[in-house]
Design a protein around this ligand. Structure first.
Ligand SMILES: Cc1cc2nc3c(=O)[nH]c(=O)nc-3n(C[C@H](O)[C@H](O)[C@H](O)COP(=O)(O)O)c2cc1C
Length: 200
């Protein structure tokens, strides 16, 4: 009796997985993201729920200051000088062929740690899919910079939504009804990508 119930559960779960359509590729999918106030992290987790794969938060050797004005000033200086902050997170890219790359907009640009990631990891010939949250001012030059730092990657259509407004004390904004709304948009986007990311 217990065994037949167990078999039934396995049957249901495997049916659900194949309905997602990503099951063959899950081991080859990396979802890597930078997030300070967790909005981008929520998107990363939603993508992970839908496509599986490995979920990795990028960490820095020297974390940014907590204070908003201090981080804004530091990021502006890093962007000005082209400084690439060293990463604590090192990823062996060999086993991945699809990389979901998540980041907030910082100073209307790609955050320096993502520039570090793209510069210090070999993503040649991999499929790269950017996703982003911002305070309502959009992606700025961030997606274009992904393209230029990853010119030998196959970059697919990215996804971007409004997240928090740290400047005004609004930190995690993708929660409650807003989370439900964002999830619908995100699933719609993933459905469009599916034929491009699954190779049989
Ligand atoms: C240093 C810094 C710079 C930012 N610059 C911008 C910006 O130029 N445009 C914008 O729309 N939002 C900007 N933001 C807001 C974040 O993009 C937004 O809050 C995002 O949702 C944060 O994502 P997270 O919660 O994953 O860290 C900035 C935030 C920080 C900390």
């Amino acid at each position: 009796m217990i065994i037949s119930r167990l078999l039934f559960i396995i049957f249901l779960v495997s049916g659900w997985c194949s309905a997602q359509g990503y099951e063959n590729k899950a081991d080859n999918i990396l979802i890597v993201y930078l997030s300070r106030t967790n909005n981008t992290k929520v998107l990363a987790e939603m993508i992970h729920e839908n496509v599986g794969g490995n979920l990795v938060a990028l960490e820095l050797k020297n974390p940014y200051p907590q204070n908003y004005k201090s981080i804004v000033a530091q990021v502006a200086e890093e962007n000005r000088t082209g400084f690439l902050p060293p990463l604590k997170t090192q990823i062996n890219m060999d086993k991945y062929d699809t990389v979901f790359l998540g980041f907030p907009t910082w100073g209307m640009q790609l955050p320096p740690p993502i520039k570090s990631f793209l510069t210090r990891h070999d993503l040649k010939d991999k499929t790269v899919i950017p996703f982003n949250t911002n305070a309502g001012y959009g992606i700025g030059s961030s997606f274009r910079t992904v393209e230029s730092l990853c010119s030998d990657c196959n970059i697919l259509e990215g996804f971007s939504v409004t997240g928090g407004i740290e400047r005004d004390g609004i930190y995690l904004a993708i929660k409650g009804n807003r989370k439900v709304e964002v999830k619908e948009l995100l699933v719609e986007w993933l459905e469009k990508l599916k034929p491009l990311t699954i190779k049989n």
